[in-house]
Design a protein around this ligand. Structure first.
Ligand code: CUA
Length: 261
């Protein structure tokens, strides 16, 4: 006859060992597969402003706010190989936060901040999706992390004019705001459109819209670089702090290097 107590002890031992080995596997995955464990952090209060911070020694802090029906920030640029600490908060209801192709899978729960650490080893555009039904606009919730290769980006920046010099205050601004790293003033190709003979030109945008490059468009392009991007160019322009008066000077300078009127 089987001793019932002995059998019970055995069952307890086997199931205990099973639970422990599962736990050990989770820790192993965390340590070796760079699968940061999603954590609910308590030392950071829920926030309502999404932003990318840091950058020193290739380490970033990326705060996302999920709200009906978008993620903030909508778009960030991160160099390949950077370690990114993602903090997620919600401004309203519960949202999901998933980056397909990675191990990032978080929930934005009201009143909490969720955290995951990731390292992007491959350049590309990583889309963020909401995977928790949150209302009528749920399917519109998305954001992108552009992971770029700084060496490639830099070689593109190398295509910048050195011989074109002007004393125009608008030109000086383009210089100090580093616009010239991507936009030439002599027609040479770059990461962004050349400014030469750009003013007044008709351009086709990525969404098919044809617009005329006028003062209003230039102003919008500086303030919201991703709003309307010219076809055949990548939406990589950062948002810069340029005042309205400075934009006026830049526009005045652009008119001096050729217009299409
Ligand atoms: Cu947010 Cu679905």
């Amino acid at each position: 006859m089987i001793d019932a107590r002995r059998l019970e002890r055995r069952i307890l031992f086997v199931s205990g060992a099973f639970v422990l080995s599962l736990f050990a596997l989770v820790l192993l995955a965390n340590a070796t597969l760079s699968m940061g464990l999603p954590t609910c952090v308590t030392d950071i209060k829920p926030f309502d402003k999404g932003e990318l911070m840091g950058g020193a020694s290739n380490h970033y802090e990326l705060r996302y706010v999920a709200r009906m029906w978008r993620f903030e920030p909508a778009d960030v640029q991160i160099p390949v190989g950077a370690t990114v600490d993602i903090y997620l908060s919600t401004a309203d209801v519960t949202h999901g936060f998933e980056v397909p192709g990675t191990n990032i899978n978080l929930m934005a729960v009201p009143g909490t901040v969720n955290y995951a650490r990731v390292k992007f080893d491959t350049p590309g555009d990583y889309e963020i999706l909401c995977h928790e039904y949150c209302g009528a606009g749920h399917q519109n919730m998305e954001s992108v992390i552009h992971v770029y290769d700084p060496i490639v980006a830099h070689s593109q920046m190398a295509v910048q004019p050195v011989e074109v010099v002007s004393n125009h205050p608008g030109y000086h601004l383009l210089e100090i705001k580093a616009c010239l790293a991507c936009h030439s003033v002599d027609g040479k190709p770059g990461t962004g459109p050349s400014f030469k003979k750009l003013y007044g030109r008709k351009e086709t945008m990525q969404d098919g819209l044809v617009i005329t490059v006028d003062a209003a468009y230039i102003r919008e392009s500086i303030k919201q670089p991703m709003a309307e991007v010219v076809k055949s160019f990548s939406p990589v322009m950062p948002t810069l702090s340029v005042s309205d008066a400075e934009i006026d000077q830049i526009i005045a300078y652009m008119k001096t290097i050729g217009t299409n009127k």
